[in-house]
Design a protein. Structure first.
Length: 41
């Protein structure tokens, strides 16, 4: 079981099936883009 996590807010975005336990980090998170996190960078 794998998990996709937002790099900015550490919220879980999605889960995916895999043989090993994995954590993948993404920069595309719906909650971050709505709150204007892009402006804080």
């Amino acid at each position: 079981m794998g998990t996709i996590v937002c790099q900015t807010c550490n919220s879980t975005i999605d889960h995916f099936d895999d043989e090993k336990v994995n954590v993948l980090y993404s920069t595309n998170c719906d909650c971050c883009s709505d709150e204007g996190v892009q402006e804080q960078r």
